[in-house]
Ligand binder design. Structure first.
Ligand SMILES: Cc1cc2nc3c(=O)[nH]c(=O)nc-3n(C[C@H](O)[C@H](O)[C@H](O)COP(=O)(O)OP(=O)(O)OC[C@H]3O[C@@H](n4cnc5c(N)ncnc54)[C@H](O)[C@@H]3O)c2cc1C
Length: 446
């Protein structure tokens, strides 16, 4: 396909016949792809689309001039890094790839007419639209909780920002011997190992700074991804006794501790599901009882970012159904949805997944603009690194492909590190996590 510059050069040399359908050619060369959301999925998509074909006009609409990365944000809670370390800006990125950025909030639109409405009052049209708006937190799904409570006294922080800093401040100020309660979310949610990593790092922090503190996870589930590796880490680091049903394959150094752990995990089967909270006293009523927290972190249920609901991209469960071959929306033509907002087949709601989806979809959009079908045999990857302690790394790694009938399947049988890993391998796992954060941020935003 000839781009606009090649066309103009050729035209100035008189190499083209005047009879050519120039308007059609220009229209094709100047295809306009609009990206809603400049987070992991949106930024990666914009970059890889430009790398694939720089003649395409790409406009990212992002509500914030500075992106605060969610991945790694628990390290702010425990003071390993500051909020500034989570910040990503777009100026160099936009210049390097020739991507246009509009800093505004999309408030609606008519996707049948290929048009988006911005808060600033403008309408913006597109040939193809890629939507990666992340998540909306459903604070009100927990009785007694609300966004204003989250902003002032009981943070959520799963979309990082001021609530993350509030939680960090509260942890630091927690009275000696206090109780930190973390309410884990129901499936599906952003970053499957994330709540358990957060509980781990808070427990580690308390061991140093608040040794008699108690950390309680209240969970509406009975298991989580990476659970066996994480529980093994907890057994070694925090005297945690591993429930019998997770013991198969555990190494011989696993102990039955007689002193109680400072970390407690109350699962659904033990009545861990939260019924309501009293925000003023930070009291949580859950199925098996009541607990008063000094610091309370509620990771409430979530669904696709609000704008996805407003644009009619979601289903009754609140997530965006897509055709898995290219992540094209099931609801509108020429619209694609990426990242946490999608159902995404088996792929978890992780940054790694959003980035991998973005690359596959960038190629699908290049093909679609050239009138070609998407690759019928795409491959996606995901690796979620997580920490049971600062030097105790673990992961879940997946490669996904498609079966006929638009069904995603997992290619690799071994998703987790061996439970028999050596201490060196475990330390390396933690180092890989740190290295991944740096290289991944480069891949998405630089
Ligand atoms: C504590 C924590 C730890 C995590 N750790 C990991 C990890 O180790 N590995 C991993 O892979 N993932 C991790 N994640 C998950 C990862 O950060 C997300 O899965 C990823 O950011 C999803 O990308 P996205 O593009 O879907 O959404 P986002 O990155 O949230 O981007 C959405 C963007 O859309 C913008 N937007 C939304 N609505 C509008 C609108 N109406 N108008 C304009 N702009 C809009 C937002 O401002 C935002 O910039 C973690 C998350 C948390 C909370």
């Amino acid at each position: 396909m000839m781009n606009r510059r090649q066309f103009l050069t050729a035209a100035s040399l008189g190499a083209l016949s005047l009879a050519l359908p120039t308007r059609g050619l220009f229209a094709q060369a100047q295809a306009h792809v609009v990206v809603l959301g400049g987070g992991v999925g949106g930024a990666t998509f914009a970059k890889y689309l430009k790398l694939a074909d720089k003649s395409i006009r790409v406009t990212v609409i992002e509500k914030n001039r500075t992106y605060i990365r969610p991945y790694g944000s628990t390290e702010v809670v425990t003071g390993h890094i500051g909020m500034k370390d989570l910040e990503v800006t777009y100026d160099d990125f936009a210049r390097k790839y020739g991507i246009e950025f509009v800093f505004d909030t999309v408030v609606g639109g008519d996707l049948d007419k290929k048009s988006l409405r911005l808060a600033g009052g403008k309408d913006i049209s597109y040939d193809k639209l890629v939507v990666s708006p992340g998540i909306e937190i459903l604070y009100d799904k927990i009785e007694g909780y609300s966004e204003s409570i989250a902003n002032t006294s009981i943070p959520n922080g799963w979309i990082p920002g001021e609530q993350t800093q509030l939680l960090a401040n509260q942890l630091k100020a927690m009275p000696q011997g206090g109780t930190f309660v973390l309410v884990a979310p129901p499936n599906p949610y952003r970053c499957p190992p994330g709540p358990y990593e957060r509980a781990s790092l808070v427990t580690e922090w308390c061991a140093k700074h608040n040794p008699n503190a108690k950390i309680v996870i209240l969970d509406p589930k009975n298991q989580f991804v990476t659970d066996k590796n994480m529980l093994l880490g907890w057994n070694r680091l925090y005297n945690f006794n591993i429930p019998a049903e997770f013991m198969e394959g555990m190494p011989s150094d696993v102990k039955t501790h007689t002193t109680p752990s400072h970390l407690e995990w109350v699962r659904a089967k033990e009545g861990g599901k939260v019924k309501s909270i009293d925000a003023a006293s930070k009291t949580v009523h859950f199925e098996a009882g009541t607990i008063q927290a000094d610091v309370l972190n509620i990771i409430a249920p979530m669904r696709a970012g609000k704008i996805a609901q407003q644009l009619g991209l979601t289903d009754e469960k609140g997530w965006c159904p897509v055709n898995l071959t290219d992540f094209a929306s099931n609801h509108f033509k020429d619209v694609y949805v990426l990242g946490d907002a999608t159902h995404g087949g088996m792929a978890p709601k992780s940054g790694f997944s959003a980035n991998s989806q973005a690359k596959v979809t960038a190629m699908a959009v290049v093909n679609a603009l050239a009138g070609k079908e998407p690759n019928e045999n795409p491959v996606w990857e995901n690796t979620c690194y997580a920490l049971a302690g600062s030097d105790y790394g673990l992961f879940v790694a997946d490669v996904f492909r498609l079966k006929e009938g638009n069904v995603m399947y997992r290619v690799n049988p071994n998703r987790y590190p061996s439970l028999q890993q050596t201490p060196v391998q475990i330390r390396q796992g933690a180092a890989y996590q740190q290295a991944w954060i740096r290289s991944f941020t480069q891949d998405c935003f630089a």
